[in-house]
Design a protein around this ligand. Structure first.
Ligand SMILES: [Zn+2]
Length: 299
C-alpha cells in the first residue's frame, strides 16, 4: 500500500467530511479510519515487458514497480533479501513463469499473490539440443495471453475495478492485434531464415512462419558461443544466403560481428526486450525489430 496515497484518501474520505461535520457538532469524536477498498493495490513486476503490460492495464488504479532494474539483463538476476521482503509486502508479484524466474520459490505465497503470466504456455524448443524458450512477449498474440493472466490477477486482487481493467485490456489488445497484422503483412513473401543471438524468438518465428537460428545454444545471453558453434553458424549463413546477423542491446555484438565479417555481411539489433532503456516502449521496440527483420529478410 502506498502510504502517501492512503493518507490522501483518508484526508478526502474521512477527515474533511468529519471536519465539516464538526463545524456544527463540535462534540463529535474525530476517528480516522482507513478508507476501505479505496486505496491503490500494489503490483511488483519481474522485468520490463511485464512492467509495461501491468502499467497499461492497471492505469491509475495500481502502483506498479519493476523488480529487475532497467538496464540489467533478467535471465541471471537474483533478488536480495530486501527485494524478497519488498515483494512480500506487495499485493501481487507478476512473473513470466515457467522457470524464467529461478528465484520464485524464495517467495512466501501466503504473503503475496504470485501471478504467473505464462500460465497458458508450455515450453517450446526449436530442436532437442536447445534450451527452453519462454519469451512469450515477443509474439504480440502470446503477449495478449500474458496480459489476460495479468488482468485476471488484478481483478482478483481488486474486484471493485474489474470493469476498468477489462476496458484497458480491450484497448491494449486492439493495439497488439494491429501490431500482429502489421508484422504478418510486412514479412509476408520475405525470406524465412534469420540468425538471432539467443533463443528468444521461437514464439515469434512460429507465429510468422520464420526459421530461427541462434548464435548461442543457451537461453542465457551472457554465455559465449563455442568456436564450433561459430563455424556452424558461418556455414549455415553461407548456405542460406543470410547476410545479416542479429545481436542484442549490448549483448553478443562481438560474436555476431565475427560471423558477419566471415560472410561479408553486417550486424543489426533484434531486441528480446529484456533490457529496455528509458523512453522506449514495447511497441517502439517491436517496430524497430520489424524494420531490422525486413532489412534482413525482405531485400
Ligand atoms: Zn532471453
Amino acid at each position: 500500500m502506498n502510504s502517501q496515497v492512503t493518507a490522501a484518501i483518508v484526508a478526502i474520505v474521512v477527515i474533511i467530511p468529519l471536519l465539516s461535520f464538526g463545524l456544527w457538532n463540535s462534540e463529535s469524536p474525530i476517528v480516522i479510519e482507513k478508507a476501505e477498498g479505496k486505496s491503490k493495490i500494489t503490483a511488483i513486476t519481474s522485468f520490463y515487458p511485464l512492467y509495461e503490460f501491468t502499467k497499461e492495464i492497471g492505469g491509475n488504479k495500481v502502483d506498479v514497480s519493476l523488480l529487475v532494474p532497467q538496464g540489467v539483463e533478467p535471465h541471471d538476476w537474483e533478488p536480495t533479501i530486501r527485494d524478497i521482503q519488498k515483494i512480500e509486502q506487495a499485493d501481487l508479484i507478476i512473473i513470466n513463469g515457467n522457470g524464467f524466474e529461478k528465484w520464485v520459490d524464495k517467495i512466501d505465497s501466503s504473503k503475496v499473490s504470485i501471478i504467473n503470466s505464462g500460465r497458458s504456455f508450455g515450453w517450446v524448443t526449436e530442436e532437442p539440443t536447445q534450451s527452453v524458450d519462454y519469451h512469450y512477449w515477443l509474439n504480440p498474440l502470446s503477449a495478449k495471453l500474458q496480459i489476460t493472466a495479468i488482468t485476471d490477477g488484478l481483478i482478483e486482487a481488486d474486484p471493485e475495478n474489474a470493469d476498468y481493467y477489462k476496458n484497458t485490456k480491450k484497448d491494449y489488445d486492439l493495439k497488439l492485434d494491429a501490431l500482429h497484422s502489421k508484422i504478418k503483412t510486412e514479412l509476408n513473401g520475405c525470406k524465412k531464415d534469420f540468425v538471432a543471438f539467443h533463443d528468444a524468438f521461437s514464439y515469434f518465428a512460429h507465429e510468422y512462419d520464420l526459421n530461427q537460428h541462434t548464435v548461442i545454444q543457451s537461453n542465457s545471453p551472457h554465455s559465449e558461443p563455442t568456436s564450433k558453434k561459430l563455424e556452424d553458424i558461418i556455414q549455415l549463413a553461407k548456405s542460406l544466403d543470410i547476410d545479416i546477423i542479429f545481436a542484442e542491446e549490448g549483448v553478443g555484438i562481438r560474436a555476431s560481428q565475427v560471423i558477419a565479417n566471415e560472410i561479408g555481411g553486417k550486424v543489426l539489433i533484434l531486441s528480446p526486450l529484456e533490457i529496455v532503456e528509458d523512453g522506449s516502449s514495447y511497441f517502439k521496440k517491436m517496430e524497430e525489430n520489424l524494420l531490422n527483420l525486413k532489412e534482413a529478410l525482405c531485400n
